[in-house]
Design a protein around this ligand. Structure first.
Ligand SMILES: [Zn+2]
Length: 77
């Protein structure tokens, strides 16, 4: 019975993150390297978060042109 509960919880969590990632929401996950849309610079794997939002939800600042990107590689205005 416990195993069933763990299985259901795990599957629900996976489905949740897959759906959030598809919707490109803040709660989604993106493991792919992103490129800066402004200058096409490949973003480093190890990112240094700037500010609370980047710490919580991911995202990066382009080291070349200083644009703020979200974790999906889109510019945040
Ligand atoms: Zn850039």
């Amino acid at each position: 019975m416990e195993l069933l509960i763990y299985t259901v919880v795990t599957i629900s969590a996976i489905v949740f993150f897959v759906v959030q990632s598809k919707k490109k929401s803040k709660l989604g996950l993106n493991f792919k390297r992103v490129y800066c849309p402004a200058c096409n610079e490949k973003q480093p794997i190890i990112r240094i978060p700037r500010g609370k939002n980047q710490i919580l939800y991911g995202g990066t600042t382009c080291p070349k042109c200083n644009a703020s990107l979200d974790k999906y590689g889109e510019i945040i205005s």
